[in-house]
Design a protein around this ligand. Structure first.
Ligand code: ATP
Ligand code: MG
Length: 716
């Protein structure tokens, strides 16, 4: 390396340098996993700042997660030091969308302090609208409507764009009507959902030339990581914003496109070359992350997909261990096995921070959590919504939201009778009626109804107290630090007392969570900023930084790397998911395979793939067969230790020798060794394997119905 090189160029290979130094004009970096795409993008950002080609405020850099944004900020800071005074436009599409929309909210009929609804609020709202429209909620579930509306928003469609064909997708053609009603309701609440953060801004950019020109001028440079997972609305954003300077640099890997179920369009990669003719295309081929065995295993699997853009990958690293493939008896044994292996790793001096367990579906984490709690293995769940999803946290946040924004009806509804203050459904319904009749927020209606004789004296007193309290808290909010306000509010509302009275272990945990919430608030300047943070960042990455094993979904692991990675539950019906199997065709199956590729390529040194012969799914023991992806791993690069392959004869042969995994299996009544589960299991192995297999399909698809992977890595 040249001694005169600025720090950020040190060690970069020639194509990486090209990606960094080609600052002007459109650039597309198309390269496989671990080839240093994100590293190059980070260096590029450093380069633009170091050479003063742009002020920090003139660069728009999009990452896929908040965490990735934090890391990039940190690294650029280290690389170029003082040059950086904060990078206001570095973040996820959602974070950037929220920031822009706050400035221009009035152009779409919102106020700048609008609330960002989470999925739960969104569903409750849609449910109300479904009821108001006299639709059968069972037949036309709110979830389905929410998914459809999301889809439209991802595609950049506003209610007026919904034609009869689209509308037909819900409630016999009433989809468009529901969408319109939903948008109207959101405006009345001064709220928007995640999709709106991008869609409203797109509408503004399209209809307000001055705003568009402002941002087109401002963003001299635009950079996007994980470009293969952008959806249409994001793509339209980029195309509009980059028109002026045309300095757009996108990096991605078609083999890692894993969010099509959320509207991502891998075709955006192909469109790039069309929309920006003459773009520089950079290909990176050296993988710096993984050993040759890991790389070969991943390449072997993805080679089974058709229609790939195709990339060469090589690594200079030495061979290392082969990918380990382990067959176990059931879920608990899987968790035990992983726990044991990690224990060994730890004894060999490795940090737990370098170990990850990747699951296909969120519900799979529980088994590991239970095990790790039992053996005292520190772990963290990343990408789930654990902390902020807890009921007590949601309640506390609802109080804060009402104080922050009195028109926040959903929040008001949530706390109106929590803790119980003698406001029955009837009283609440009356407030609703008045709100609807007068077209005002619930808070206003609540205040007005006090002047009537609609309520019983008891309800009137209770509601009067609540309305008075909220008004008082709003006053206090003006000059009291917001964490202090939260503390007082939780006391005065009786909320803390409710759990103090409960005296259960559970209640103690909840009180701890509430204190943790107040602690978290102290890190933010204003209540509004904190609430915004909560809406955007729903992950609970440890407050304390002692080493922990990471448990996360594959979706959430995109872009990350760990020395040792455990890939669990590689069974047909779990991975590939039953949903993908039910859908048939190659499309969803190929997306599952890309997920497998992403999963394997997260490993630097060691990858362990596990499949279990039996799973308990919704109380039902079912037998499973190893994932087809296990079969696609090239033999030369794996070590198999398949003690359990899922065939009935094999189970029986092994039955008597393997005491441990069968500890809770008692002798049944059938021929030979019985399949009867011991007491405690909700269902039993009383049938022959053939029957078990038969019951499997329905049980498994039930298990997947909850769209487990939805709660992953979104919101970002
Ligand atoms: P993914 O497709 O998974 O997002 P990526 O292409 O973004 O991967 P990076 O995460 O940027 O790859 O890099 C993978 C690893 O290789 C990182 O540990 C990074 O520090 C390292 N790396 C990248 N470029 C180089 C280089 N030129 N020399 C040495 N190490 C490098
Ligand atoms: Mg990356």
């Amino acid at each position: 390396t040249n001694l005169q090189d600025p720090p950020y160029l040190a060690g970069l290979n020639p194509p990486q340098r090209e990606a960094v130094l080609t600052t002007d004009g459109p650039v597309l970096v198309l390269a496989g996993a671990g080839t240093g795409k994100t590293a190059a993008l980070t260096a590029r950002l450093a380069h633009l700042l170091w050479t003063r080609k742009a002020y920090p405020s003139e660069i728009l850099s999009v990452t896929f997660t908040n965490k990735a944004a934090r890391e990039m900020r940190l690294r650029v800071g280290k690389l170029v030091g003082d040059v950086v005074e904060g990078m206001p436009w570095l973040g996820t599409f959602h974070a950037i969308g929220a920031k822009m929309l706050r400035r221009h909210a009035e152009l779409v009929g919102l106020q700048s302090n609008f609330t960002i609804l989470d999925t739960d609020d969104q569903l409750r709202l849609i449910k109300q609208l479904i009821q108001a429209a006299d639709l059968d909620e069972k037949r036309w579930p709110a979830r389905q409507a929410a998914g459809l509306i999301d889809d439209w928003k991802n595609r950049g469609l506003v209610p007026a764009d919904i034609d009869a064909g689209e509308s037909e997708r819900y409630a016999n053609g009433r989809g468009g009507e529901l969408y319109a009603a939903y948008q109207t309701r959101l405006r009345a609440l001064n709220a928007c959902d995640f999709g709106d953060l991008l869609l409203h801004m797109l509408v503004i950019l399209k209809t307000h030339r001055d705003v568009l020109e402002h941002y087109q001028q401002r963003f001299r440079y635009i950079m996007v990581d994980e470009y293969q997972d952008t959806n249409s609305v994001q793509y339209l954003w980029l195309r509009l914003l980059a028109q002026q300077h045309r300095n757009l640099c996108c990096v991605g890997d078609d083999d890692q496109s894993i969010y099509s179920w959320r509207g991502a369009q891998v075709e955006n990669i192909l469109k790039f070359e069309k929309d920006f003719p003459g773009a520089t295309i950079v290909r990176l081929e050296q993988n710096y992350r993984s050993t040759p065995h890991i790389l070969a295993a991943a390449s072997g699997v993805i080679a089974n997909n058709g229609g790939r853009l195709g990339k060469e990958l090589w690594t200079a690293l030495s061979d290392g261990e082969k990918v380990k493939v382990v067959g176990v008896w059931d879920g608990p044994e899987e968790a035990r096995r992983v726990g044991d292996e990690i224990e060994t790793t730890r004894r060999n001096g490795k940090s737990l921070d370098d170990v990850a367990i990747l699951v296909r579906a969120q519900h799979q984490t529980r088994e590991f959590e239970d095990r790790f709690i039992a053996i005292g293995m520190p772990y963290k769940i990343v990408g789930g919504f654990r902390f902020y999803e807890r009921a007590e946290i949601r309640d506390a946040l609802a109080y804060l939201r009402v104080v922050n924004q009195p028109a926040d009806d959903l929040a008001f509804e949530r706390i109106v009778n929590v803790p119980k203050r003698g406001l029955g459904d009837k009283a609440v319904a009356k407030v609703h009626q008045l709100a609807r009749a007068e077209g005002v927020p619930l808070m206003t209606a609540a205040a007005r109804i006090l002047d009537t004789d609609e309520l019983t004296p008891q309800a009137r007193r209770a509601l009067g107290n609540l309305v008075g309290d909220i008004a008082r808290w709003r006053d206090m909010a003006r000059d009291m630090p917001h964490a202090e306000l939260a503390r007082q509010l939780l006391d005065e509302s009786g909320y803390t007392a409710m759990y103090q009275a409960e005296k259960s272990a559970d209640a103690a945990g909840r009180l701890e969570n509430l204190s943790e919430l107040v602690r978290a608030m102290e890190e933010y300047d204003t209540l509004g900023a904190f609430l915004e943070h909560v809406s955007l960042v729903m992950d609970n990455e440890g407050a304390r930084d002692d080493p922990k094993v990471t448990i996360m979904t594959i979706h959430a692991a995109k872009g990350l790397e760990f020395d040792t990675v455990f890939l669990v539950g590689w069974e047909e019906g779990l991975f590939p998911s039953q949903r993908a199997l039910d859908e048939g065709g190659t499309r969803s199956l190929e997306e599952e395979r890309r997920l497998a590729y992403v999963a394997i390529t997260r490993a630097r040194r060691q990858a362990v793939i596990i499949h279990a012969a039996n799973r308990r799914i919704y109380g039902q023991w079912t037998s499973s067969i190893p994932s087809r992806f296990v079969g696609e791993l090239p033999d030369a690069h794996i070590d198999s230790e398949t003690t359990m392959s899922g065939g009935a004869s094999l189970w029986q042969a092994n039955w008597s020798e393997r005491a441990d995994p069968f500890a809770d299996v008692a002798r049944g009544t059938g021929r030979g060794p019985g399949w009867q589960r011991a007491a405690g299991a909700t269902s039993s192995f009383t049938t022959k394997p053939a029957r078990i297999v038969e019951s499997r399909a329905s049980a498994v698809s039930l298990g997947n119905k909850g769209r487990d992977d939805l709660s992953v890595g979104m919101r970002i």
